[in-house]
Design a protein around this ligand. Structure first.
Ligand code: SF4
Ligand code: SF4
Length: 409
């Protein structure tokens, strides 16, 4: 039976975080089970963009520091690594290391920050869609990977945690290319699982920072939400299965989990042993979830040839208010569908979206450093969404609200 450790932690005070992580890892068999003396361990964090820990977009440095020290204690050689949403270059990644607190976590723990910005193409003959893709060399060459994730909503996939975090091993702007190539949500998720099959068991441990997560329109434009939890598991999908319940989601209804079961990472209606806290007491009842982009309630009654058009008018769409846009051009540079153009306005520029080209991947919303991209639902989407929520089964575990949600720290 798969096991997930669930430990309560209410703040990012280092001692509390370290104790919670040690407890979680010990419940799973202890750190020596996951790393051998002398092995290099890539601590694959979530560093979405240049943001301070208080924004709750990135794995908190207290979590990274605690895990790094644990690996060092076991005789492993940890290093901190991620390829964020922008270019995979020394200057850009170091600015994110500094803003996110990774530099401090590195100094405090002794685990270096990855400074190898090379990558190469790898092959996966067992893939469903991604037979070849580029990968960050340092992660590929590590003996072992620890997946250190942040629990958040996600405008495209519904939520992001253990499974989705591995998309960050694709270097910088190649991620844009992958979004362009795998536009349909189900196909994109197939690609995520292709990354996991390529890694072939090298990810020995998954640890989630859900002390503060993100609700609403994540992964960057949502609202920080106190959730008071650290989770850990050897199985990333089992971890997501439990973590999504903390967000009040019904796991099998989320595309990542549904597809993960198809890919054989878990059985249908899996039995998962939760070690530590009582899951029913940890669920954040008033958590604001986010509908994934593959919501197709019309699929049974609209002819195939019209589905593209109908999907466009019935999905959430990104909107860039002229007054909010600073004209930096980041969304333009990263849009996989080349749907964004820059236009002069008074003495600056603003970004404009061509909705006929837009594939609703929400990368623009994810990466806009000024939070200028809003996600808007059309009236038809809203009506159907309300109807769908009415039909949704109430989660039997949802009866305890842990959230205070004022400030993260
Ligand atoms: S929407 Fe955001 S990312 Fe795009 S140009 Fe405006 S400020 Fe920059
Ligand atoms: S406009 Fe935004 S949501 Fe649409 S394809 Fe481009 S990046 Fe994706």
């Amino acid at each position: 039976m798969e096991k997930v450790a669930l430990i309560k932690a209410t703040s990012y005070e280092q001692n509390e975080v370290t104790t919670a992580i040690e407890k979680a890892v010990n419940l799973l068999g202890g750190i020596d089970k996951f790393v051998q003396k002398g092995q290099t361990v890539a601590l694959k964090v979530n560093l979405l963009m240049k943001a301070t820990p208080e924004k709750c977009m990135t794995t908190h440095p207290a979590v990274v520091e605690a895990v790094a020290k644990l690996v060092l204690k076991a005789g492993g050689k940890p290093f901190i690594v991620d390829s964020a949403g922008g270019p995979f270059t020394e200057g850009y990644i170091n600015s994110i290391y500094n803003a996110s607190g990774m530099t401090l976590a590195s100094q405090n723990s002794g685990a270096p920050l990855n400074q190898d910005y090379t990558y190469y193409e790898v092959e996966n003959p067992n893939a469903k869609v991604g037979f070849k893709f580029p990968i960050v060399s340092a992660i590929d060459k590590a003996d072992v990977i620890f997946n250190l994730t942040k629990l958040k909503t996600h405008s495209f996939t519904g939520y992001t945690n253990a499974i989705k975090n591995m998309f960050g091993i694709i270097p910088g702007l190649a991620k844009v290319e992958m979004h362009g190539k795998y536009r349909d949500l189900d196909v994109f998720i197939d690609f995520l699982y292709d990354i996991w099959t390529y890694l072939n068991g090298k990810v020995k441990l998954n640890i989630t920072d859900a002390i503060w997560g993100m609700e609403g329109f994540g992964p960057s434009n949502g609202t920080p939400k106190q959730m008071n939890a650290i989770l850990a598991s050897e199985n990333p999908l089992a971890l997501d299965y439990i973590a999504t319940q903390l967000m009040t989601l019904i796991p099998e209804t989320t595309p990542i989990i549904r597809k993960g079961i198809e890919h054989g990472l878990l059985e249908q209606n899996p039995e998962i042993e939760v070690l530590g806290e009582d899951l029913t007491q940890m669920i954040v009842k008033d958590f604001k979830t986010c509908e994934p982009n593959n919501y197709k309630p019309y699929a049974n009654y609209v002819p195939q040839f019209l589905q593209g058009t109908v999907h466009r008018v019935m999905t959430k769409r990104p909107v860039i208010p002229k007054a909010k846009c600073k004209g930096c051009g980041k969304c333009h540079d990263h849009c996989p569908a080349k749907a964004i153009t820059m236009h002069p306005h008074k003495n600056k520029r603003f970004a404009k979206i061509d909705y006929n080209k837009c594939i609703r991947c929400y990368c623009c919303q994810e990466l806009c450093p000024f939070g200028a991209v809003k996600i808007k639902s059309g009236i038809i989407y809203k009506i159907l969404h309300i109807k769908k929520n009415k039909n949704r089964t109430t989660n039997p575990h949802s009866h305890h609200n842990q959230g205070k949600s004022e400030t993260p720290h």
